[in-house]
Design a protein around this ligand. Structure first.
Ligand SMILES: Nc1ncnc2c1ncn2[C@@H]1O[C@H](COP(=O)(O)OP(=O)(O)O)[C@@H](O)[C@H]1O
Ligand SMILES: [Mg+2]
Length: 278
């Protein structure tokens, strides 16, 4: 297992009172999985992924990455930084360099890569995020639009070519075209072997990309399974104020075989209409 959470608990100190944010989370994540994480606002999603990334320390329990406890005193956190990329929610607020190039190259500053290799990585990451490298490289990040800033910030994480990519609501607020292009890129990275964990409220996007969904409710793991399995619990999800995908909802309404992606839904619908017409 690449990522293992064992009996993970997190409490925050709230004006002297301890409040439980995450309770007894056990989780096993294999190399190359694409996992969606869902849950209503405040349920603990961000805290969960920050624990995996070593950005928060658990109150109790363990986070193992490639079998090593990342919170052990002997663990060298530079190893984790080398293999895990973390895209914060609203990463666009974290741009601070004078040019786009410098911002994207920042994560490679302490790597052993040559100047030429750094440039190749920066170019690739910016092109992957839909930019014309020559046109954008000397721009000031501050002069870009909100969507462009976010794409630059994500390029900064991709340039390090992480084995594990964690994204906290990366598509919220993107326009449909930018969102679709971004999801396509995630699918490409996944096909190349990257392990991806994406928090999102967008059930359609998760159905489109992820293979497995983990639902967090009130600090606990409520559901964990394939997208098909999790979306078959429409009522349970609705009680948690969560949506299933359009395809999942419509296939139930139309009494079609259960499907979660738009493509599968259309195919099933066509098959039914074709069958009925005969
Ligand atoms: N630094 C903090 N101090 C105290 N409470 C916090 C802190 N960060 C988050 N919380 C609380 O922890 C809970 C889970 O937050 P979070 O992990 O951000 O949830 P989500 O990402 O699902 O919206 C919320 O109730 C939130 O108010
Ligand atoms: Mg959050």
């Amino acid at each position: 297992m690449q990522i293992q959470l064992k009996q993970l608990c997190l409490q925050y100190d709230c004006e002297g009172r301890k409040s439980d944010v995450l309770q007894d989370i056990d989780l096993q994540i294999g190399r190359g999985e694409f996992i969606g994480i869902m849950g209503r606002t405040g349920c603990g999603k961000t805290s969960l992924v920050q624990l995996m990334a070593g950005l928060l320390t658990p109150t109790s329990g363990q986070v193992l990455i490639d079998g090593e406890d990342i919170n052990s005193r002997h663990y060298d956190k530079t190893i984790l930084r080398g293999k895990l990329g973390y895209v914060f929610q609203y990463p666009e607020y974290q741009l601070f360099e004078t040019t786009v190039y410098r911002d994207v190259a920042f994560a490679l500053k302490y790597s052993k890569l040559s100047k030429k290799e750094v440039e190749a990585r920066v170019r690739q990451a910016l092109e992957d995020m839909g930019f014309d490298f020559a046109a954008i490289r000397e721009e000031s990040p501050l002069a870009l639009s909100g969507g462009e800033k976010r794409r630059v910030a994500i390029a900064g994480v991709l340039a390090a070519q992480p084995e594990i990519l964690i994204l906290d609501e990366p598509i919220a607020g993107l326009d449909p075209q930018a969102r679709d292009a971004f999801l396509k890129l995630l699918k490409k990275l996944h096909a190349q072997g990257t392990t991806i964990l994406m928090i999102s409220h967008n059930a359609d996007a998760l159905a489109d990309c992820a293979h497995r969904l983990i639902v967090i409710n009130d600090g606990k793991k409520a559901l964990d399974g394939t997208v098909e399995e999790v979306f078959s619990h429409e009522e349970v999800l609705s009680q948690m104020h969560l949506d299933v995908s359009f395809a999942s909802r419509m296939s139930k309404k139309l009494a079609l075989p259960h499907s979660v992606t738009y493509e599968a839904f259309v195919q099933n619908l066509k098959a039914k209409l074709g069958g009925d017409a005969q």
